[in-house]
Ligand binder design. Sequence first.
Ligand code: CA
Ligand code: CA
Length: 178
Amino acid sequence: MDNITVREYFCDNLSAGGYNSEFYKCPNGCKEGACIGQICKDTCSSLGKQCGTWTICNVSTNCGTCIAPQICSNGQCVGSNTTLCGDGICGSGETCTNCPKDCGACVNQTYTCTDSDGGINYNVKGITTEYLGSNITATGTDFCSNSTLTEYYCSSSRLAKTTYTCSGNATCIGGACI
Ligand SMILES: [Ca+2]
Ligand SMILES: [Ca+2]
């Protein structure tokens, strides 16, 4: 080999020996199998691949660095690490909720709502919880401010609240008119 050419081997399932190689002229010469003073400017993503940054200035099927035990294959990190969010694979345990980066944004999720005191119930302290899908999006616990009660309830499956002044002999204590 002359002193400006690197012979770069890479895996190639299509060739008989299972590997292939190509020659690359290093602009600044090469040493111990690598080009001297050359910094890769391209990233895989700029080349339409998804494995991060090139570590070798070389054109091949694969590029970039994947977190072990995954490997880079055709621009994608693939392998057994199914719970790595950001690897481009929606693995088991990953959902649109905990990893939209891999699984895509959640669609068709609906709001639901529960209220422990059954609705607008001034005489019972209640806890109201609003969900989007299985995620809690809002909660409210009935509370008193002087004689005024803030009462939480569900309205069209969303959290809602109203205020009420305890009447008659009742006073607002601990989140309910008693
Ligand atoms: Ca309520
Ligand atoms: Ca209540």
